[in-house]
Write a protein of this length. Structure first.
Ligand SMILES: Nc1ncnc2c1ncn2[C@@H]1O[C@H](COP(=O)(O)OP(=O)(O)OP(=O)(O)O)[C@@H](O)[C@H]1O
Ligand SMILES: [Mg+2]
Length: 224
């Protein structure tokens, strides 16, 4: 499902460049559920964005769902993401003028989930994460934890093969976070979906099948 080799990504900062992420080797099989951990600033978000095809590596190979993203242009990567990947951004990225229901439906517009009764499925997803009575609230009219759960629903609306989540439960209380993670992992295992989740919470990490520490990827990968 995911295969990375000798990947490097730097950001230009004036005259210098900052190495944001380096991965010597990483393989994740279909239907695996992986926690991605590492200290702040080690490149977890940068790695997820390369897996999603939002960023292209400076060098190395990034193969995701059978496609070499490092060899594809931006619009091809965008199409690939819409078709195969659900992404929960660390900063949520919901559109402020739209309601919870509309934000989830917008996710369907860019993927393959637009057909059928998308509105019904969006409302059902929102109900499952405890937002059945917040369908018509805008992001500014919800708590941060609620907005985060809307972002999770948007990532799931296209029934993606690969779910990438950047600290998706960082603003949930323990009980809500546990319930949402249960739901996510259940949906993933039912559908044979692959999950890569960045988390700083050791308890969430232990719920996943495997933990990958980004600090260890610069050399040989260590499997916990
Ligand atoms: N646009 C940018 N320009 C320059 N440097 C950047 C940029 N974005 C990120 N960086 C640097 O790249 C490194 C990796 O950033 P990244 O956001 O991937 O870290 P992270 O592991 O997700 O951290 P956190 O746990 O705090 O979310 C950091 O040291 C950061 O300072
Ligand atoms: Mg990050």
């Amino acid at each position: 499902m995911i295969r990375l080799r000798s990947v490097k990504k730097s950001y230009r900062q004036g005259a210098t460049s900052v190495l944001a992420c380096a991965v010597d080797q990483l393989d994740i099989a279909k239907a695996e559920q992986v926690a991605l951990v590492g200290r702040s600033g080690t490149g977890k978000t940068t790695l997820l964005h390369m897996l999603a095809g939002i960023l292209r590596p400076d060098s190395g190979e990034v193969e995701v769902v059978g496609q070499r993203l490092d060899q594809m242009g931006e619009s091809a990567r965008d199409r690939h993401r819409g078709r195969h990947i659900g992404m929960v951004y660390q900063t949520f990225n919901l559109l402020q003028p739209f309601t919870a229901l509309e934000n989830v439906l917008l996710g369907a517009l860019f993927g393959r989930g637009a057909g059928g009764d998308a509105k019904h499925r969006a409302a059902e997803l929102l109900s499952k994460v405890g937002l059945g009575d917040r369908l018509h609230h805008r992001p500014s009219e919800m708590s941060v934890g609620q907005v985060q759960r809307v972002a999770i629903c948007r990532a799931l609306i296209n029934d993606p093969e690969l779910i990438l989540m950047d600290e998706p439960l960082g603003n949930q209380d323990r009980s809500t976070g546990g319930q949402v993670l249960d739901l996510l992992l259940q949906m993933a295992s039912d559908g044979g979906k692959t999950v890569v989740m960045v988390t700083h919470d050791p308890e969430s990490a232990t719920r996943m099948q495997r933990t990958v520490d980004l600090a260890t990827l610069r050399g040989v990968e260590v499997v916990a």
